[in-house]
Design a protein around this ligand. Structure first.
Ligand code: ZN
Length: 113
């Protein structure tokens, strides 16, 4: 469970953003998490209330947008979702791809009142 420490890092980052922009209340925090990253959205949701306890974000809603892990086969150029096929190209059955998306971990947006 490294999600808790990630949550704390996010809160620290957000506190700087909030300070710089003189924001007083944050309605929601939007995170974008790639399904190929090692971060589990469900754990993030579980850890979030602990990390924001006693901060400005205590009442903020956490929204997580999951980005599908897409790869492009180096042999045939076919693009496909990696997880359901464990990385093997459905077209030519080799596991040799470039990752197109799904590794991101971004604080996408702060929604303020
Ligand atoms: Zn292929």
């Amino acid at each position: 469970m490294h999600e808790l420490s990630i949550c704390y890092t996010i809160v620290e980052t957000l506190q700087e953003v909030v300070k710089e922009n003189e924001i007083e209340e944050v309605e929601a925090i939007v995170l974008e998490i790639g399904e190929l990253s090692s971060i589990v959205p469900k754990y993030m949701e579980n850890c979030f209330p602990c990390a924001v306890d006693g901060t400005l974000f205590e009442k903020s809603k956490l929204t997580i947008e999951v980005v599908e892990g897409i790869g492009r086969c180096k042999r045939c150029g076919y693009s496909y979702r990696l997880l359901p096929v464990e990385g093997y190209c459905p077209n030519c059955d080799v596991k040799d791809f470039d990752v197109i998306s799904g590794e991101e971990f971004i604080i996408k947006e702060l929604i303020c009142f």
